[in-house]
Write a protein that binds this ligand. Structure first.
Ligand code: GDP
Ligand code: IMO
Ligand code: MG
Length: 419
């Protein structure tokens, strides 16, 4: 059996959580492969909205296995809070496994994130301040602490050594802090992690595949936030792309099956960095209000703009996307005219290629579509959709040469059309 990968093709918040939850019945195993609590994955059913940060979005299906892979970084405080919040629901925690090789976010990693952002001033990344960058830096710098280390007899010593190193760095930043409260919480979180099964998840995932079990890898963030291919330096610190599923779970590239790319019907971005189709006018405000575009992790208002085809084509190329899934098309129901960016004008030249220089001014070239102005939340099949939306979907498919397999028309599990 091959492993399917689901990931975001824009700047995150495409609706990955909802779609993973919808697709979970088709799979035996759901596995997160990168990122950490910078992610906020929302899903809704029975009139309740859940937001997950570290735990895979398959967790509400008690018969399924959920794995937090080696590529993920875990903050024990946030992990414990998430577990506590889930306890009142029908969750089978015996089926949740954590890779021993997943790295731990220390309290001082969060402080370093804040200190680094403060030092950058106007050029700050707009990080979620969850300590993601500093934790991945310690991973690649070969200093990090991993989940497996919490079972070692000298864990406290290793923690203190890394913490002291961080304190020196914080002093260099002249950054003032008080660790007492968060640190106590952190060790309570570590105790909570101990109650779960820490595993060699690479063996586990490969064994599942060998036994013909189906696995869905759940990405976090989006392709345009990838450390290598995003708008560097305004990116996150992990490989959010399909290749990240190989390194973040320990599977060979020949084990990847379908690559499911989630596309929001318009674009949003939180934090700094280029956003060619960003709208600064009332249309942008309307997208934010109607689409409820406020961060699931930080509550920050999301920047909003029209769909960007050059960026989408780039994401499809980097990931080898085989199917797309469209989310939030219902939000566009309120608009008379819908625009899609088909090319960029840079220094007077029309191009479809994303420029290397993130500071170059880009003027989007738009194609306009007539809006459908009809509520589509109750649509259950393609034939229920207005012709204008079907035309919009066809246009995107023809442009990017990949089909949509699902059209999501609302946040609830049920508001989903399988094409
Ligand atoms: P993720 O990070 O990719 O999982 O996305 P987020 O959860 O951060 O943001 C997506 C938001 O859109 C959440 O509030 C979802 O409940 C919501 N959502 C997902 N799909 C749809 C959809 O098709 N229509 C509407 N109206 N909302 C959706
Ligand atoms: P999900 O999984 C949207 C953004 C931050 C910032 C940049 C770096 O919910 O789609 P970091 O905290 O990683 O150092 O921040 O990346 N960012 C996200 N934006 N959705 C996310 O996750 C994000 N995770 C990080 O806003 O611009
Ligand atoms: Mg999100």
């Amino acid at each position: 059996m091959k492993l399917d990968v689901l990931l975001g093709l824009q700047w995150g918040d495409e609706g990955k959580g909802k779609i993973v939850d919808v697709l979970t019945p088709k799979y035996d195993v759901i596995a997160r492969f990168q990122g950490g609590p910078n992610a906020g994955h929302s899903l809704e059913f029975n009139d309740i909205k859940h937001v997950l940060h570290t735990i895979p979005s398959g967790i509400f299906h008690p018969e399924k296995v959920n794995i937090i892979g080696n590529g993920v970084v875990i903050d024990p405080v946030i992990f414990r809070k998430e577990i506590e919040g889930l306890k009142k629901f029908n969750i089978n925690f015996n089926q949740l496994f954590i890779s021993k090789k997943a790295h731990l976010i220390l309290p001082t990693h969060r402080l370093l994130d804040a200190a680094s952002e403060a030092a950058k001033g106007a050029t700050k990344i707009g990080s979620t301040l969850k300590g993601i960058g500093p934790t991945y830096m310690d991973k690649t710098g070969r200093n990090g602490l991993r989940v497996g280390d919490i079972f070692a007899s000298d864990f406290q010593q290793r923690y203190d050594n890394l913490k002291n190193k961080h304190i020196e760095m914080l002093n260099n930043y002249n950054f003032k802090f008080d660790l007492t409260e968060y640190e106590a919480d952190w060790f309570r979180g570590v105790e909570s992690i101990r109650e779960f099964q820490a595993v060699d998840s690479e063996y586990m995932v490969n064994k599942f595949l060998a036994e013909d079990k189906s696995v869905l890898a759940e990405g976090a963030q989006g392709t345009l936030l990838d450390i290598d291919f995003g708008s560097y330096p305004y990116v996150t610190s992990s490989n959010t792309i399909c290749a990240g599923a190989c390194t973040g779970l320990g599977i060979g590239p020949n084990k990847v099956g379908e690559v499911l790319g989630i596309v929001k019907a318009y674009c949003t971005r939180v934090g700094s960095g280029p956003f060619p189709t960003e709208l600064f006018d009332e249309t942008g405000d309307k997208l934010r209000q109607v689409g409820r575009e406020f961060g699931a992790t930080t509550g920050r208002p999301r920047r909003c703009g029209w769909l960007d085809l050059p960026a989408l084509k780039y994401s499809i190329m980097i990931n080898g996307v085989t199917q797309m899934i469209l989310t939030k098309s219902d939000i566009l129901s309120e608009f008379d005219t819908i625009k899609v960016c088909v090319a960029y004008k840079i220094n007077g030249e029309v191009t479809e290629q994303l420029p290397y220089d993130v500071n170059l001014p880009i003027e989007p070239v738009y194609k306009e579509f007539k809006g459908w102005k009809k509520d589509i939340a109750k649509a259950t099949s393609m034939s229920d959709l207005p012709q204008e939306l079907v035309d919009y979907i066809r246009f995107v498919e023809d442009e990017v040469k990949v089909p949509f397999s699902i059209i999501s028309v609302g946040p609830d599990r049920k508001e989903t059309i399988f094409k």
